[in-house]
Write a protein that binds this ligand. Structure first.
Ligand code: WT7
Length: 701
């Protein structure tokens, strides 16, 4: 295999290797019991959502919502590619997630919060009590924080009930929330505060993670400082408390700026605030994600389109019925949590479980104990979590008496043998699995089997959702047909209601990054001329199922979360000894991919363990622990082209013991062998084929 690969030209490698690697898996079928109760069993669905019916087919999505004023235009493309959905309509997202369920479900659990410490009791929040809290917080945000529709507010919150309550309170007033993942550093939070122009930050004193108390308020102080350095003053920091009446943080409260949530809320007890009727296209929230440049981009999601999309997919792909107990183990700080812990499930009156901690705390039986105790019957997680749970407790699920009807996986490709463990052991051979492919920009699922209608195929996400028309293009823009055994760039031909509206403050980047690549005519107002470029490589089997092969850009998917290599490189360059930095993805058994760092030092500086540690520390403080590299290599020099570009592709090949290819045209070919020996040792190493995203990594585009 290795020899064969070595003989063919670089460009041919991907296709040839995939043909070798790809073993068609067998189908698995949903059980009659599942089909018998499923929300979506209409085999006519694909015809109802055929391309001739686009965009009118999406009326069905809007119908799941309650509108204050019905829309007149389903899709306005007059300012393509800035799509506007359900134009003329007015609605309130909070009303749709909370108020409208009260008549029927007042006393049903909306959220069940499971603290990480196992001896701390769960907290059940009924729809009535959620309504009460959201109203009180909305009153506080309006009258104490002075926020109104269109303003932005940043949250830096972990997984407690404060977060969804804050989100819904904003939605009630049309305030645009921007939640920064709690595991991101204070600096990362500060940059996002500045970019979004938030003058209010909501944080918490502390929380539990892996058996430890994390002091979180300290990050807020850094965040405010960094925001100010970047031109945004924060005048109020609202500090929630993990245990009301106690303070888990050692950080001082800044007078006139920092306010404890429980203290300011006294004044707002029992207050009610009318939901503000917002235009369908009003922004609902920003979600920052990494891209190919160092600057994270704030994906702006709208109200009517987004909410209808997550509602429909929650009902028909997640198969959530109001009587189900649904648990998505993701963090609300990522898009998965926004769409499939909060907005989607609540729009369909679900009971949604929120778990504070790590899945393997205190042991790998924890998720299954929670499932048994709460009677969870729909479970949603990532391949990374599944791999971890399989590794540390392969036989744990069978010790617990729970029964899932449906399980979701999202965020990274799932290996067929991991899929099978999920199916046989976690699902006890009875649950359907949806391998859902989508992205922060997309709002909700784009590719997945329809659980009662389509057979599952391990390792393949499946067919597109109704009304979604993907296409795979090669570099020249030719369509790569299904069943050709060739890979290409995964694009979507048409807009859909869940698609993001723009990048906050940077519409040009929005167009360039997502629509320019395969645009047929930049002046066109016709959606057919503007395919959406996903940044993922994929191939389509003869049965129409898509297999996702990973990112084709400078983005590393770590444990299902996106990190930009440029962001990590800039963090490395803040270490004064470092002259140059290059970050590449390396395959990791549990986390899918991890960043690996190469640095060269300034003249006269001697390499040392201390410098390596400084680099790791810089990454953790500027981005967060999630970006912690697998290794840091201090190299004598970077392999470079004659024009001085660092050849990241060569470093990625070295890190993953893949074929390095021709290096004779480099500026300094001798460096490649030096670096290779440093990383791989001097003995003979077995060259691996390597997955598609790493083979394509660092290619010039
Ligand atoms: C990237 C998006 C919104 C989902 C959570 C991550 C990868 C996502 C799958 C899947 C293979 C997947 C892609 C995508 N990805 N789902 N089912 N199979 N890969 O959101 O941080 O925006 O990352 O995650 O590479 O581009 P994100």
């Amino acid at each position: 295999m290795a020899e064969a690969v070595g003989q063919i030209r670089d460009e041919e490698i991907s296709e040839a290797q995939i043909a070798v690697h790809w073993r068609e898996e067998e189908y698995y079928y949903p059980s009659p019991a599942f089909i018998g109760q499923a929300n979506l069993t209409d085999p006519d669905i694909n015809r109802r959502f055929s391309i001739e019916k686009f965009p009118d087919c999406f009326k069905e999505y809007a119908e799941l919502l309650t509108w204050d004023q019905y829309w007149h235009t389903i899709l306005d493309t007059s300012n393509a590619p800035f799509w506007r959905w359900f134009v003329g309509g007015k609605l309130n997202a909070c009303f749709n997630c909370v108020d409208r369920h009260l008549a029927k479900y007042r006393n049903k659990a909306a959220f069940i919060f499971v603290p990480e410490p196992e001896d701390e009791p769960v907290v059940v929040l009924t729809y009535q009590e959620l309504y009460n809290r959201v109203n009180e917080v909305a009153a506080m945000l309006r009258d104490f924080a002075g926020l109104k529709a269109g303003d932005r507010v940043t949250f830096h919150l972990p997984m407690t009930l404060d977060l969804p309550i804050m989100m819904l309170a904003c939605a009630r007033l049309g305030i645009i929330h921007s939640q920064v993942f709690g595991g991101f550093s204070g600096e990362a939070c500060g940059l996002r505060i500045a970019d979004s122009g938030s003058r209010v930050l909501v944080t918490i004193d502390g929380y539990y993670r892996n058996g430890r108390v994390i002091d979180h308020k300290v990050n807020a102080d850094i965040a405010v400082q960094v925001a100010e350095q970047n031109g945004q003053k924060v005048d109020k920091v609202i500090v929630c408390k993990r245990h009301p009446g106690r303070n888990l943080s050692s950080a001082p409260m800044v007078k006139g700026r920092d306010f404890f949530f429980d203290e300011i809320m006294k004044e707002f007890a029992n207050r009610k605030v009318d939901p503000v009727s917002m235009p369908s296209e009003a922004p609902l929230f920003l979600m920052y994600t990494s891209g190919t440049t160092g600057k994270p981009k704030g994906c702006q999601h709208g109200t009517g389109g987004y909410l209808s999309y997550v509602a429909w997919t929650s009902k028909y792909i997640q198969d959530i019925h109001p009587e189900d107990v649904y648990w998505c183990m993701a963090d609300i700080g990522w898009i998965t949590g926004h769409s499939y812990i909060v907005y989607g499930p609540l729009a369909v009156a679900a009971t949604s479980v929120i778990y504070e901690g790590v899945p393997t705390y205190p042991d790998a039986g924890r998720p299954w104990r929670i499932a048994e105790r709460l009677n969870v019957n729909i479970f949603h997680t990532s391949p990374t979590a599944i791999r971890q749970l399989r590794k540390s407790g392969p036989n744990e699920p069978q010790k617990y008496n729970y029964r899932f009807k449906h399980m979701t996986t999202v965020g990274e490709p799932i290996e067929p043998d991991v899929w099978r463990w999920y199916y046989e052991v976690v699902g006890k051979g009875q649950a359907v699995i949806c391998d859902t492919w989508w992205q922060t920009e997309n709002g909700g699922f784009l590719i997945s089997t329809k659980p009662a209608l389509d057979p599952m195929k391990p390792g393949s996400a499946g067919p597109p959702l109704p009304g979604i028309f993907p296409v795979i293009y090669d570099e020249e823009g030719n369509e790569v047909p299904a069943g050709s055994n060739r890979a290409g760039n995964l694009c979507i031909r048409n807009p859909w209601p869940g698609i993001f509206q723009t990048i906050w403050g940077d519409p040009e980047r929005y167009v360039n990054q997502y629509y320019k690549r395969y645009c047929r005519n930049p002046n066109s107002k016709d959606w057919r001329d503007w395919p959406y470029f996903s940044g993922d490589g994929a191939m389509q089997a003869a049965d129409g199922y898509f297999r996702i092969l990973g990112r084709v850009d400078d983005v590393i998917n770590v444990a299902g979360h996106r990190l930009g290599t440029k962001e990590i490189e800039s963090a490395c360059l803040t270490v004064e000894e470092v002259a140059e930095a290059a970050v590449v993805p390396v395959v990791d058994e549990l986390r899918g991919r991890m960043p690996e760092v190469y640095v060269s030092l300034k003249p006269g500086v001697t390499p040392s363990k201390a410098i390596e540690e400084k680099v790791v520390h810089a990454i953790e403080t500027i981005i967060g622990k999630i970006a912690r590299p697998k290794r840091v290599w201090i190299v004598p020099d970077m392999p470079k082209t004659r024009s001085g570009k660092i050849m990241r592709r060569i470093l990625a090949a070295i890190s993953n013991t893949m074929e390095i290819g021709d290096t004779t045209t480099l500026l300094n070919p001798e460096v490649v062998e030096q670096v290779r020996q440093m990383v791989q040792g001097t003995g003979k190493v077995e060259i691996k084929a390597g997955p598609e995203d790493i083979r394509r990594f660092g290619e010039e585009r």
